[in-house]
Design a protein around this ligand. Structure first.
Ligand code: NDP
Length: 317
């Protein structure tokens, strides 16, 4: 571990790492159980829903709700019961025994009897050199954040899942044309999202194609495509490129301690949120490569807080 002195470290019953639907639900339950949880917000406070528009599939909101507004409500509810919500990124951990050692922002030590990991997942990029160079200059992974910059311009979205459909539909509010570039000829997105996107006149699908390069000196000017069937390459002039090709779990800081699968998703024991380390519980998208919904994340956040509460009670804490 970095040179951090733990002798006078702040001590907590429960530290929740991450503040999306999983973390904030865990915080609500732990707070209502009088465990005075500390919840660390991480690099994207509120999680992925902060960059979403309408959430229509979270029960209890018959007219839908905007993602950021929903996360503010999650926060308010957890704080109302005493959750200590704080900015901070966990930069190092030692999970060899409870109390577990956490280093926040490379300097602040915290000792936690239990930990709930709810660090979620982050958007993936294609891994092309120019994509990185032009990030923020036409390349984006968040239409909600950057869509308004592309008024009356032509843009492309890469991906064939629900996120790609949602991003493309959102972008039609601003852009004059939205291409959806998909590497196959069949979408992965749910039927309802596919139908909405296919009905929209401004959206045009480019099938069986991958993005080989992003071109432009200072801003995106075009993308180079390759047809996966014929091998043919072509240039598509666009001013914006939105990546919607899935996510990577934010679990690297735990790699020396917690069991994870080949993609980095944390592994839980059957029917629980127990990790391989006694006293460390995991919830939300950091452990879910299948469902990845706000409502399932909230569900596992609730489970993790209840598991942590029982774990502490069994040890007289
Ligand atoms: P998905 O994993 O569902 O889809 C990713 C898409 O990107 C796939 O079409 C995939 O292609 C494509 N892809 C992946 N890697 C590459 C690559 N390197 N190059 C080109 N294309 C690539 O991710 P999403 O983010 O769309 O969705 C995640 C989860 O969140 C899903 O369960 C989804 O239903 C849910 N969601 C729900 C929403 C809603 O209900 N409103 C909104 C957004 C997400 P291929 O199909 O060939 O694998």
């Amino acid at each position: 571990m970095v040179d951090v002195d733990f002798t006078l470290a702040e001590r907590r019953n429960v530290v929740i790492i991450g503040s999306g639907p999983a973390g904030l639900t865990a915080a609500l339950y732990a707070a209502r159980a009088n465990l005075e949880p500390l919840i660390l917000q991480g690099p994207e406070p509120g999680g992925q829903l902060i960059t979403t528009t309408d959430v229509e599939n979270f029960p209890g909101f018959p007219d839908g709700i905007m993602g950021p507004e929903m996360m503010i409500k999650f926060e308010e509810q957890a704080v109302r019961f005493g959750a200590d919500l704080r900015y901070g990124i966990v930069t190092e951990v030692d999970l060899s025994e409870s109390p577990f050692k956490l280093v926040i922002d490379e300097e602040k030590p915290i000792l936690a009897k239990t930990i709930i990991v709810s660090t979620g997942a982050s958007a993936k990029y294609l891994g092309i050199e120019n994509e990185k160079r032009l990030l923020g200059h036409g390349v984006s992974s968040c239409a909600t954040c950057d869509g308004a910059f592309f008024k009356d311009q032509e843009v492309a979205v890469v991906g064939g899942g629900d996120t790609a459909m949602e991003e493309a539909l959102f972008l039609t509010r601003f852009a004059s044309k939205v291409y959806v570039i998909h590497r196959r000829s069949e979408l992965r997105a749910s039927k309802i999202m596919q139908e909405r996107a296919k009905k929209e006149d401004k959206i045009e699908f480019i099938w069986d194609s991958t993005v080989e390069d992003v071109l432009g000196e200072k801003e995106v000017e075009s993308v180079q495509l390759k047809n996966t069937q014929t091998g043919e390459t072509s240039t598509l002039p666009v001013q914006g490129l939105f990546l919607a090709i899935g996510h990577t779990p934010n679990t690297s800081v735990f790699k020396d301690f917690l069991d994870m699968d080949d993609l980095g998703y944390l592994v839980t024991q059957a029917d629980s949120t127990y990790s391989n380390i006694d006293g460390v519980f995991v919830s939300g998208d950091a452990q879910d490569r299948v469902y990845r919904q706000a409502v399932t994340a909230a569900g596992t956040g609730c489970m993790a807080a209840m598991d942590a509460e029982r774990w502490l009670a069994e040890r007289g804490s």
